[in-house]
Write a protein that binds this ligand. Structure first.
Ligand code: PLP
Length: 362
């Protein structure tokens, strides 16, 4: 099935599991003999209310979300939560701590500065964002409302493989590009948010998982749809939710549960990343700049020894159905995003192509 499909290495919107797309296709016009598409259902009707409740239940099961935490399905992507986090978590405080590990951290920081004083508690800018700063170097402030970090920098390919300790100060993470790629201890976080378009579903949908006791007090002027407490009280349906996206997310959660949940997918992800990094480390035509212990299992940036071959590399890769390997404009080079839905065969095909290209152009 899906025989004509390319291998899409794009960073997002990213490849979806073909089984999810095919199930959505089979259910598109007449969902479960209900006589209509999910897209056409009232969000207040019993069918959609059940679809949304099941999506939340499946996500709670996958991540073992504790009862202390609310799960919200919102809109506006991760970018709107760059503002939503300070709006909801400052709770009368005037300062927040941020760790700066790259492009997405910087965007979160500049948005937060509209609402509070930002203390950059740690940064990897000194080495061009190629590592995750060790906890011992973090300079946390005592009066911060929360500590924010981006646990997987999609552009730089830097992933935290450990959970920061912030004492009584709530820990907040932008997990957009690696949520659901491996097991996670949600209880360690005050708030987690993640845009859907990598490991969950359609762009625009964003997941927020937040400790209930932190919610309720918002910055003056916060729109109601941005108020996590109001959204939580309304089961994320303060207004018309992105119904079809929530349904598709639910299908992705089913797909993951059928594959052994997050432990199952983590094994596959580790295998795929090892195929690529082992190859990168065993030759000198390509290179990856990130410290080994901080390399992302989801986003693998690499450069060709001589960038004069970049255009040819991309052209030949595309002709083989190895698509969207161009790196982000801010760093150049190449980037292979290998999220949950990228099959092992896709990574094998990429490595085979890279070997061939290196032999021809060395
Ligand atoms: N944070 C991270 C880590 C990302 O990779 C992205 C990119 O999609 C975003 C935030 C922004 O997400 P969105 O475009 O859905 O607002």
């Amino acid at each position: 099935s899906g025989a004509q499909r390319i291998y899409n290495f794009g960073a997002g919107p990213a490849t979806m599991p073909v089984e999810v797309l095919e199930r959505a296709q089979a259910e598109l016009v007449n969902w479960h003999q209900a006589g209509l598409s999910v897209m056409e259902m009232s969000h207040r009707g019993t069918e959609f209310v059940a679809i949304a409740a099941q999506a939340e239940a499946k996500l709670r099961k996958l991540l073992a979300v504790p009862a202390t935490h609310e799960v919200l399905f919102l809109q506006g992507g991760a970018t709107l939560q760059f503002a939503g986090v300070p709006m909801n978590l400052l709770r009368g405080k005037k300062k927040a701590d941020y760790v700066n590990t790259g492009e997405w951290s910087k965007k979160a920081i500049s948005e937060a500065k509209k609402f509070c004083e930002v203390n950059v508690a740690a940064s990897s800018e000194d080495r061009n964002f190629t590592y995750a700063p060790k906890q011992s170097t973090w300079k946390l402030s005592k009066d911060a409302a929360y500590v924010h970090y981006c646990s997987n920098e999609t552009i730089g390919g830097v992933e935290f493989h450990w959970t920061p300790e912030t004492g009584d100060v709530p820990l907040v993470a932008d997990m957009s590009s690696h949520i659901l790629s491996k097991p996670l201890d949600v209880s360690k976080y005050g708030l987690i948010y993640a845009g859907a378009q990598k490991n969950i579903g359609p762009a625009g949908l964003v997941l927020v998982i937040a400790r209930a006791d932190l919610l309720g007090e918002v910055v003056a002027g916060t729109p109601n749809v941005m108020n996590y407490k109001l959204q939580s009280d309304a089961d994320s349906m303060l207004n018309t939710p992105p119904t079809f996206s929530v349904y598709l997310a639910g299908l992705t959660f089913d797909w993951l549960l059928a594959r052994g949940g997050l432990e199952g997918i983590a094994k596959v992800n580790a295998h795929k990343a090892a195929l690529l990094y082992d190859y990168l480390d065993g030759q000198d035509f390509y290179s990856n700049p990130v410290d080994r212990e901080d390399r992302s299992l989801m986003n693998v940036p690499f450069r060709l020894r001589d960038d004069k071959h970049d255009a040819k590399f991309l052209e030949l890769a595309e002709a083989r159905g190895l698509s969207q390997l161009k790196g982000h404009r801010s760093v150049g080079g190449m980037r292979a995003s290998i999220y949950n839905a990228m099959p092992v065969e896709g990574v094998e095909a990429l490595v085979a192509f890279m070997q061939e290209f290196a032999r021809a152009h060395a």
